[in-house]
Design a protein around this ligand. Sequence first.
Ligand SMILES: [Zn+2]
Ligand SMILES: [Zn+2]
Length: 307
Amino acid sequence: MHLPPFDKKTPFFRGNLHGHSTHSDGELSPERVAATYRDLGYDFICLSDHLWSDKRYSAPTVLDASFLNDQDFITIPSAELHCHGKLYDQDNLWHIVANGLPLDFTHATATETAPEMVQRAIDAGAYVTIAHPEWCCMTSEEALSVSHAHSVEIYNHSCAIGSMRGSGVTIADLLLNNGKRPSFTAADDSHFHTPDAGGGWVMVAAERLEAGALVTALKAGDHYSSSGPILHDISLNGSQLDVKCSASHSVSLVGPGHLAQSRHGPNITSTQFDLSDVSSEWFRVTVRDSAGRHAWSNPYWRDVLQA
Ligand SMILES: [Zn+2]
Ligand SMILES: [Zn+2]
């Protein structure tokens, strides 16, 4: 039994869910951002410019980037949403990424809370992600308050190269251990002030290259995240979990506790784990290549797999 997203008969589309342009505080125009990602081989991007009232680094509107779309490359209307109330941010601002927003989605009011803003974006139809939790020193209480978001940024490339705080693993696993069921995303958060493009992306199994189809697939968890390696397949045969990937040096299977199973070697492209040793409600797979780059599966829940 192939596990999602490898059970889909659809193509995979490579995309950046979190990035900025001159619509807010990015270095490059939307046209140049799109050209850069086309050249890198992406199928879609999200110009998730800051949506907030402070004109120094944000815009009051969601950018309509549809003029950049063609048959082979599209944009998904997106924004990075802000509101007051975040600890450990110089402006006390939350950062939440929303992909698939209506263009008339408004920025938060001075009194809207983060849980309210997340719910408003969900209600508007967006795929909603807790952005760069390590970079903004997110507390456990804060993460749990917005755990109705669809996903956690498991890797943010701009934060990784800028502050070495690019991981979302701790917050993601905290939510999983509290029974929440986020999917994961890797993204660039590219501003182009630094070489921050092409370092983190999602591979989405979707019916077609169209914004609605991609957002539907993301909400269903039909994707994986990567900063380099390719996941070719994850399948379950009895209690044996088979993982196929591009040449990797470590492959790990983790669940709620500190115990992990791992495989190591110079060029692993296929390996197995015995799930009868794993009694936890959830597990997930990560691979690491020789350059230290990762690919992350979404979490798998045993009750869903057994249903
Ligand atoms: Zn941010
Ligand atoms: Zn950002």
